[in-house]
Design a protein around this ligand. Structure first.
Ligand SMILES: Cc1cc2nc3c(=O)[nH]c(=O)nc-3n(C[C@H](O)[C@H](O)[C@H](O)COP(=O)(O)OP(=O)(O)OC[C@H]3O[C@@H](n4cnc5c(N)ncnc54)[C@H](O)[C@@H]3O)c2cc1C
Length: 276
């Protein structure tokens, strides 16, 4: 018998009548229709704690004189002593094949409450180790999508727009968080400026989201530099292997948005999966 698949939506908006709430509802509906069990973490409703503190650990600290969050969290995770709210989110994440982060863009990034979820839930040991990261990451069998609204319009987030290239904005979250933990990162779902879009345009954006979700599990992820490109030793500085550098010397573009090798950035590296 096939077991039911699970999706997790990590959702951050204060208002149930917001466009973000509508995007969340569309995702719940589309995925449920496909037979998925959909879990929603409604972070503001849960009053999810955003700050990473000692209170995230039950029982004695290993080194109370010098509190080091990563180290203490790893030991607490191993001993089953994480606070209940973190343990619950980690259990949801373990079940999920697909994780959607639904949020309004705040200061070119996620709202603090989602950043808190990232800091507190994706802890060392549970979500990554020095051996398990990037291609070898803990969540390599899971997919993740950033689905977000903006206040600014699309042309503002281009290489010649006032806010700069959206690909650059996406890099820290998509590579630094999701890909670091091993996720297959699917193209972001960006709802440009819903507040200044006429109602029919807003409805069309939600329909397109629903349609996309119908085929989401067959989507190709975004491409990142394969981990084997790098010498992952302290001696090698965790840097690109010389033979890879040589291979790219004659290429017109860099490898990724951030591993650009001083060349033009590969276009749409963080927004569009390569079709090859
Ligand atoms: C602290 C902070 C930092 C910010 N930083 C940035 C930034 O760096 N860059 C940037 O671009 N923006 C920024 N913003 C703006 C923010 O990203 C936008 O305000 C937000 O993305 C808009 O999304 P919303 O869901 O809140 O829209 P809403 O205002 O809730 O909705 C937009 C419109 O959609 C309508 N709507 C709701 N449901 C539906 C439905 N089912 N069908 C059709 N229409 C519907 C609503 O009624 C409304 O008219 C920031 C805002 C804050 C507060």
């Amino acid at each position: 018998m096939q077991t039911q698949k699970t999706a997790l939506i990590v959702y951050a908006h204060q208002s149930p009548v917001s466009f973000n709430a509508a995007a969340r509802d569309v995702a719940v509906q589309a995925l449920t229709k496909q037979g998925y069990k959909v879990l929603v973490s409604d972070l503001y409703a849960m009053k999810f704690k955003a700050s990473a503190t000692e209170e995230d650990i039950k029982g004695d600290l290993k080194n109370p004189e010098h509190f080091i969050y990563n180290n203490e969290m790893m030991v607490a995770w191993q001993d089953g002593r994480l606070s209940d709210d973190i343990a619950e989110e980690q259990q949801k994440l373990e079940q999920a094949e697909l994780v959607i982060f639904q949020f309004p863009l705040y200061w070119f990034s996620v709202p603090a409450i989602i950043k808190g979820w990232i800091d507190r839930v994706l802890t060392q040991g549970f979500a990554f180790t020095l051996q398990k990261m990037y291609d070898n990451g803990v969540f390599k069998d899971k997919k993740a999508i950033l689905s977000f609204t903006t206040g600014g319009m699309k042309s503002m987030f281009t290489p010649d727009g006032v806010n700069g290239d959206i690909n650059v904005l996406l890099w820290p979250l998509q590579n630094g968080v999701l890909r670091f933990c091993g996720f297959q990162v699917l193209a972001p779902q960006i709802f440009w400026c819903p507040a200044h879009t006429p109602p029919e345009g807003r409805s069309a954006m939600l329909e397109a989201w629903s349609e996309r979700l119908n085929g989401v599990f067959a989507e190709k992820p975004l491409s990142f530099a394969p981990t084997e490109y790098f010498d992952l030793t302290f001696q090698g500085g965790f840097s690109l292997r010389p033979e890879v550098k040589e291979k790219y010397a004659s290429e017109p573009y860099g490898i990724t948005t951030a591993q650009h090798l001083g060349k033009p950035l590969p276009p749409d590296n963080q927004t569009t999966a390569k079709q090859s």
